[in-house]
Design a protein around this ligand. Structure first.
Ligand code: GAL
Length: 138
C-alpha cells in the first residue's frame, strides 16, 4: 500500500463515540530516538489550540498535553511503552464522553481526560519519524 504523506493533515471532526485508527511504522531504530506526534486541533491552522497532543519518544516515554492560547498546559508523562522497535504499530484513539482512550496494538495503554470539549476538534495531524499506511475514522 502507498504510504501517506507525513506530516499528515486532515480536516475532520471527532465526536464522542468516534474511533481513530492510525497504522504506521517508525522510520528508524528506537536507539536513534524517533518520535511520533498526533495533534487534535480546534481550527484548520497549525497554531490553533490542541485538544489532545500525543507525542511518543519511542526510546523512552510518551508525553500527553493540551495547548490553549499558545501555552502548553500540564504535561502528562509516562514510561508505558507498548510500541516495539522495528515493528509496525496500530494506534487507536477512542473518544469517550470524559476522556480519550489510547489503544496500542490492541492494548488499552493510556487515557487523557478532556480539557477541551472534543466537539471543537476540526483537524488532526500525524507526523515526525514515521511512515503511515492508513489513518481511518470509524
Ligand atoms: C514541549 C514540546 C512540545 C510539547 C510539549 C508537551 O517540551 O516542545 O512540542 O511536546 O512539551 O508538554
Amino acid at each position: 500500500m502507498a504510504a501517506l504523506t507525513v506530516p499528515y493533515t486532515k480536516h475532520m471532526s471527532l465526536p464522542v463515540g468516534s474511533f481513530l485508527k492510525i497504522k504506521g511504522t517508525p522510520t528508524m531504530s528506537f536507539s536513534k530516538n524517533p518520535q511520533l506526534q498526533v495533534d487534535f486541533h480546534t481550527e484548520h491552522k497549525d497554531d490553533s489550540d490542541i485538544a489532545f497532543h500525543f507525542r511518543v519518544y519511542f526510546n523512552s516515554c510518551v508525553v500527553m498535553n493540551s495547548r490553549q492560547c499558545g501555552n502548553w498546559k500540564e504535561e502528562v508523562k509516562t514510561s508505558v511503552m507498548p510500541f516495539k522497535d522495528g515493528q509496525p504499530f496500530e494506534l487507536g484513539i477512542l473518544v469517550l464522553p470524559k476522556e480519550y482512550q489510547i489503544i496500542v496494538n490492541g492494548c488499552q495503554s493510556y487515557t487523557f481526560p478532556h480539557r477541551i470539549d472534543p466537539k471543537f476538534v476540526k483537524m488532526i495531524q500525524v507526523w515526525r519519524d514515521v511512515t503511515l499506511t492508513s489513518v481511518n475514522i470509524a
